[in-house]
Structures are given as structure tokens and as C-alpha cells.
Design a protein around this ligand. Sequence first.
Ligand SMILES: Nc1ncnc2c1ncn2[C@@H]1O[C@H](COP(=O)(O)OP(=O)(O)O)[C@@H](O)[C@H]1O
Ligand SMILES: [Mg+2]
Length: 219
Amino acid sequence: MGGRTRIITIACAKGGAAKTTTAMLLAGSLAKRGLTVAVLDADNTGGATKWAETVEDAAFEAEATGRTARRLPFAVTPINQALLDRRRVEARHPGAWVIIDTPPSDTGTIQKAIDIGDVTVIPTQTGAADLTLAGETYAACARAIVLLTRVKRRTRSARQAVEDLDSAGITRFDTLIPEREAIRAAYGTAVTDVAYAEAATELVDFMRGMERASETEGE
Ligand SMILES: Nc1ncnc2c1ncn2[C@@H]1O[C@H](COP(=O)(O)OP(=O)(O)O)[C@@H](O)[C@H]1O
Ligand SMILES: [Mg+2]
């Protein structure tokens, strides 16, 4: 994996789809693999930024009392639509895996983040209404992968969601992110989760495949 910058946009037209959770835990899992990672927070409510600040506050307090500080293995930087420029992001983050977290409803910002990315990861819950909105985001992307989140195992809605995506020919992660208290509790901490580690492996494989295909095309 050479010096190119990769931009992965996390987007879904639905609030509460686990965008911010996905951005932060995927970033943590990619960093754990030894990759250079940066998160850009394009949601002006600042969920990812506040998450990172909470980790930083706890780290300062730990250091002040002589305990070991746990820090995120990547920086989170707020960004707005005017600064969402592919070349600028590449110049600021050479060779990095850049994850962009997006707001749920500011369509201008969402589309800009999608357009400058290599791929969009679309987290969505399994309900029919959720899938419809995820489908709208999918249609706005040149290249996207749907990630089913907050999945309740062995439920009808989980099986149905997988079936619906597959029969519609929509690219998805094999990994299903389960509804898990430990994931909910990850907010404001530097922990990752095994399901997101698996999704990170899939994402790296997907990117490698995509890059190989475009290199062959260019020959
Ligand atoms: N796999 C999960 N299991 C349990 N709770 C989750 C999971 N993923 C996300 N959540 C919770 O769902 C809520 C919405 O997630 P969030 O990442 O903020 O979504 P978004 O950024 O799309 O609005 C948060 O309270 C988060 O902790
Ligand atoms: Mg969010």
C-alpha cells in the first residue's frame, strides 16, 4: 500500500444510522493495522470532534493523576463544505486513510464528501424505512458499500435486509455490525470492536481490489 491518499466517506441520509460510530471505530481498526488514519468531521454538530475531545479530556486527567492515558491513534479535524476539496485533503494527509463523517441532512455537504471520496460506506439499520434512505444515498454514489449496523442476530428483519440488498445487487459488507452495548459505550473512548475490525479488513481488501482493477485499466 503505497503513498496514495485514500478517502472513505461515511454517509447515510438517515440520522442515527451509526455514521459517527462507524467513522470512529473503523478509523481505530484501520489504525490498529498500522495504517495512517485521519478523521474529518463534516457534521457541524461535531459528534466525532466531541468524541475525540472526550478522549483527550480523559487522557489529560489520567496524566495529571499518574495513570496511563489512552489516546485515539488518529486525529479528528472539523471541516466544512468549502474545504472539502480532494487535492487539499490529499496535500494535508499524504498516504493516509482519510475517513469523512457526514451530517444526516445537509445534502450539499454530503454530496461534496461523496464526490471527493474513493468510496462511500453507507451504514444503515435493517428496517425497511432505513434501507430506503440508505438506497437513496447509494444511488448518489459512484462507488459505495452498505454496512448493516445495529443488527439483531437471528431476527426476521436482519435476514430480510440481507436478502433485499443482495436481490437489488447492492454491494455490502459481509460483516454485520451487531447491536451491542460495548459499541454504544465506545462513544468518547479509544476502544474498537471486533466487528469493526472485520469490516476494516473487508474495506482494505475492497480498496486493494479496486486499485488493482484501475491499474489494469490504465495499462
Ligand atoms: N452497533 C451498535 N450497538 C448499539 N448501539 C449503537 C451501535 N451503533 C451505534 N449505536 C448507537 O446509536 C446511536 C446513533 O449512532 P451514531 O453513530 O451517533 O449515528 P449517526 O452518526 O448516524 O447519527 C448512538 O447512541 C450510538 O451509540
Ligand atoms: Mg453522527
